[in-house]
Design a binder for this molecule. Structure first.
Ligand code: ADP
Length: 199
């Protein structure tokens, strides 16, 4: 492999992925937010959105031409077959965007932040995976304080994501985010040094 080594950063909702990603960025490590890429590849007017419409129909569009995520989620919910069709379409689009971004980076390693990295089989594309761990009750508290999700939405997302047991099993590095922001910063700094020293 040439170019920077991709290192995945994942963890459950509210585990501190965005916070840790920002810290890596401050240390000079480029970060790609794969959840954002997943939105960008189906932006209005994109090939990705056209493919989605060809596969799932015009009813997946809002009146302004953007993707109706609620309709798509409702369509795929509970159907392994439709979910597989959606993944078969989305994953290559995301991988391609990731590869193009990776080619442009010039640091020894980069961080690929993704909420469902392990669930989507993405670990295989990574040089290694960092997993953030925090107790679910604390994650809920932090998400409620963040203010973008209520307890019901939090529970629904947790139910779709893999367990911390699975994450631990796939992790090359673990970050314990049950402590303060300073404790998180400290672990990110140490990990950055450790990773940089091995490359
Ligand atoms: P994720 O991206 O994994 O969903 P975030 O990084 O957004 O998680 O963290 C969830 C919320 O908790 C954010 O508002 C963040 O500022 C806050 N947070 C993260 N880590 C800590 C910590 N160690 N102590 C207190 N608040 C934290």
């Amino acid at each position: 492999m040439t170019g920077p080594l991709p290192i995945g950063l994942t963890g459950g909702i509210g585990s501190g992925k965005s916070s840790a990603a920002t810290m890596f960025q401050s240390l000079g490590v480029p970060v790609l937010d794969l959840d954002r890429v997943g939105h960008e590849v189906v932006a209005p007017g994109s090939d990705g959105l056209n493919q989605l419409i060809q596969t799932f129909g015009q009813s997946m569009l809002n009146s302004d031409g953007s993707l109706n995520r609620g309709a798509l989620a409702a369509h795929c919910f509970g159907s392994a077959e439709e979910t597989a069709r959606l993944n078969a379409l989305m994953h290559p689009l995301i991988w391609q965007a990731e590869a193009l971004w990776l080619e442009k980076q010039q640091t020894p390693y980069v961080i690929i932040e993704a909420s469902v990295l392990l669930e989507s089989g993405g670990a295989g594309r990574m040089y290694g995976v960092i997993v953030l761990l925090a107790d679910e009750s604390l994650r809920l508290q932090r998400v409620l304080a963040r203010g973008d999700r209520d307890a019901k939405a939090f529970a629904a997302i947790v139910a779709r994501q893999c367990s911390d047991e699975t994450r631990r099993a796939e992790a090359n590095w673990l970050i314990d985010n049950n402590g303060s922001i300073e404790a998180l910063q400290q672990q990110v700094t140490v990990l950055h040094r450790e990773i940089s020293a091995t490359l």
